[in-house]
Design a protein around this ligand. Structure first.
Ligand SMILES: [Zn+2]
Ligand SMILES: [Zn+2]
Length: 284
């Protein structure tokens, strides 16, 4: 089955209906989440400030590792939202799944969302981690590192939807455009790869650095196979429709991970290039 044939089978939900699912109750929850999240992050900065174990290199490495971890988390959460569940599910459906479905049928909608709608969800999911980071004892460099790493990770998780929103804007602010061009935040062309039906790759949306390595080892297709084996669920059924989802499972099942393909090619090349042993015995 060709990729184009899957594209033709894709059946998505109505953009307007999806957009109407954003209720005042969900908005109130998002505002509360943002306030709680920012308060916890400020409390963490206050605790780290002046702590004898806090050093520049420790903070810089926590900041960078936190950025990488956020990129992975953004990919994992995005993959979960895109691939599993349905907008009909109680509670989760309207608050969490709906924005993922809406984003595939109307990718510009995010550019019309205000600060609360853009960032509320990510603040909400980060609150338990923020509580953990604030509650750590900070009595040794190890604790300080763990706490600042978690604080950094959720800071970047919170920034993720903002970076994602900018990647969909036709004319982002000049500084943002520069950061996108040097690939320090998610570049539009890079993210465009995810927005091609059937939406099954390049899930990382903080900066996207992890997209290539995860794609190379087929991280998400393998995870999907595992979930299907354990639960019997069909990936992306709610997003692209039953027929396309089934067709995609078939295609992905028959494709090998790029690293496996490259390894096989190397082995074949190596065996072909080994010269045949030359016989030293004089022929009769
Ligand atoms: Zn998506
Ligand atoms: Zn997007």
């Amino acid at each position: 089955m060709k990729k184009n044939e899957i594209k033709n089978k894709v059946r998505q939900q109505d953009a307007q209906v999806l957009a109407q699912g954003y209720s005042p109750a969900i908005r109130a929850m998002e505002i509360a989440s943002i306030v709680t999240f920012v308060s916890l992050e400020l409390a963490l900065v206050y605790r780290l400030w002046g702590n004898p174990h806090t050093g520049t290199w420790l903070l810089l490495s926590a900041l960078l590792l936190g950025y990488l971890a956020a990129d992975f988390v953004s990919g994992f959460v995005h993959w979960m939202g895109d691939t599993w569940g349905s907008t009909e599910m109680p509670l989760l459906g309207k608050a969490f799944i709906r924005p993922f479905r809406e984003h595939h049928v109307d990718e510009k909608a995010i550019t019309r969302h205000d600060f609360v709608e853009t960032n509320g969800n990510n603040c909400l999911i980060s609150i338990p981690v923020a509580i953990m980071a604030v509650a750590m004892p900070l009595s040794s460099p190890g604790w300080v590192f763990c706490s600042s790493f978690l604080g950094s990770m959720i800071f970047w998780v919170m920034a993720t939807n903002q970076f994602h929103k900018w990647s969909h804007m036709d004319t982002p602010p000049a500084l943002v455009g520069f950061l996108q061009r040097v690939h320090l935040i998610l570049p539009p062309a890079h993210h465009g790869i995810h927005h091609t039906a059937p939406y099954n790759k390049y899930y990382c949306i903080t900066v996207g650095w992890l997209n290539w390595p995860l794609q190379a080892v087929h991280f998400f297709p393998l995870a999907e196979r595992l979930v299907t084996r354990l639960t019997g669920l069909l990936p992306r059924q709610d997003d692209i429709g039953d027929e396309a989802a089934r067709a995609l499972v078939e295609v992905q099942g028959a494709t090998e991970a790029p690293v496996v393909q490259a390894a096989k090619e190397l082995i074949t090349k190596a065996t072909e290039e080994t010269p045949a042993p030359v016989s030293t015995r004089p022929s009769a």
